[in-house]
Design a protein around this ligand. Structure first.
Ligand SMILES: *[C@@H]1O[C@H](CO)[C@@H](O)[C@H](O)[C@H]1NC(C)=O
Length: 416
């Protein structure tokens, strides 16, 4: 096992060190979990670097998800210029200007780009703008087909934040909902209630192949909605067992070869990425008929960690971290009676579920728990260290903060 880790590690590290990955030898998908700070130099500069670098990058911006696309475009065009782009271009596809998605002059402009960035808002707007409906079948508009091709050939890095990241989903695409409602009522393609879990069964743009992408993740306590969505839809046409929940002000950068193989994700930024695998899980109902699930595997990774998406198994923890096993600093883990409260409305507070789960790896106990504050019914989440669980911690030299990542934590959810 260790040897395999190390060998894989070498391969990944070599890939990471390939200079000038914009020379068309790799695909890069740049997903930001929303809440991107204007002054997040690490993330903006990385996007510019992957787009060819300062003074070279030619970046196109899509703001069609936004309720105010022109204002949002001004903002991103200025941002990318400030972070060193050689030039920027507003891709003018938005509600009220739908025809631009078929415009050959827009397609021609796209051909010169080395990076394309989608801003936030509502991902369903992007679906309606960038696809045509051909007898009930979704077909790429010419602009979408061009963006897809630039990505696939490795000519342009494609990315986005918030809705602009969620829309890249290759599995079903989440459109909204709260974790508690998701556990209680399940998922639907439509609902009159804003808090219910709703999703698009035809998926997103599909650039994040076989993955459900969600954003604002730990900060809004979206772990329950991701687990429920994956579990409900895993056997559908666009279903998948794998989900990636990206935190605010944090990027998950997926790199692969030009066949889409050797795919790995690297974490950059302030918070983390929650990776879910429901492949070994089973749905179990309570005596009252409430939904529950056993044996969901999750990982939570932070800046500098690298995840092998191919195997969904190998992680290279940032080199400033060490194995916490045998070196734990606490006796008991934390618990919570409001496990999906997220960052409690204060982005400076650690999100609750993250805090409880990571505390388990810095102590000697084998399990901990959290419940929902809602009690009709109340759900309980059990967090359990298993045979393959690993926790790594260390002080991030770029922040001076002690950060914990973990691999293969088991989660069970059931009526309390
Ligand atoms: C134990 O943790 C400390 C503090 O993070 C670290 O400096 C040290 O290297 C760790 N020891 C081992 C054996 O990993």
């Amino acid at each position: 096992m260790i040897m395999l880790h190390m060998l894989k590690g070498l391969v990944l590290v070599c890939l990471l060190l390939v200079p000038g990955s914009r020379s068309g030898n790799a695909r890069s998908l740049f997903l930001v979990g929303g809440g991107l700070a204007d002054d997040n130099d690490e993330i903006y500069s990385k996007f510019v670097e992957l787009s060819g670098g300062s003074g070279q990058a030619r970046i196109g911006v899509v703001t069609g998800a936004s309720a105010d696309p022109l204002d949002s475009a001004d903002f991103y065009l200025q941002q990318f210029l400030a972070y060193g782009a050689e030039s920027t271009y507003f891709i003018p596809v938005y509600i009220g200007n739908e025809e631009a998605a078929n415009d050959e002059s827009v397609v021609a402009e796209l051909q010169g780009l080395t990076g394309i960035f989608f801003g936030g808002g509502d991902q369903s707007r992007l679906i309606s703008l960038f696809f045509q409906n051909n007898g009930g079948q979704r077909v790429d508009t010419p602009v979408m087909a061009t963006i897809r091709s630039l990505y696939e050939k490795g000519t342009a890095v494609v990315g986005g934040t918030s809705a602009g990241a969620a829309v890249m989903s290759g599995g079903v695409m989440v459109n909204g909902g709260m974790s508690y409602n998701a556990l209680k009522y399940g998922s639907a393609t439509d609902s009159p209630h804003a808090d219910d879990l709703v999703y698009d069964q035809n998926g997103g743009f599909g650039l994040a192949k076989d993955l459900v992408i969600d954003t604002h993740f730990s900060q809004r306590g979206r772990e329950g909605r991701m687990i429920r969505l994956l579990s409900d839809t895993r056997n559908q046409d666009h279903g998948t067992e794998f989900g990636v929940g990206i935190d605010e002000n944090t990027a998950f950068i997926i790199t692969s070869d030009l066949l889409g193989m050797n795919r790995f994700g690297e974490i950059l930024g302030e918070n983390g990425v929650f990776l879910v695998d429901v492949g070994s899980s089973s749905v179990v109902e309570s005596n009252n008929g409430e939904w529950g699930i056993e044996t969901v595997y999750v990982d939570y990774l932070r800046e500098g960690d690298v995840f092998d998406l191919e195997s969904w198994d190998t992680i290279i923890f940032a080199d400033f971290k060490t194995d916490l096993n045998g070196n734990e600093s606490n006796q008991d883990p934390e618990t919570s009676d409001d496990i999906f409260y997220g960052s409690r409305g204060d982005p400076d507070l650690p999100p609750i579920l993250t805090q409880v789960a990571t505390s388990l790896f810095d102590c000697v106990q084998a399990s901990t728990w959290g419940t929902t504050w809602e009690d009709k019914p109340m759900f309980q989440l059990n967090f359990i260290k298993g045979k393959y669980s690993l926790g790594f911690g260390g002080t991030n030299p770029s922040t001076g903060k002690f950060e914990i990542s973990y691999q293969d934590l088991l989660i069970d959810i059931m009526e309390a």
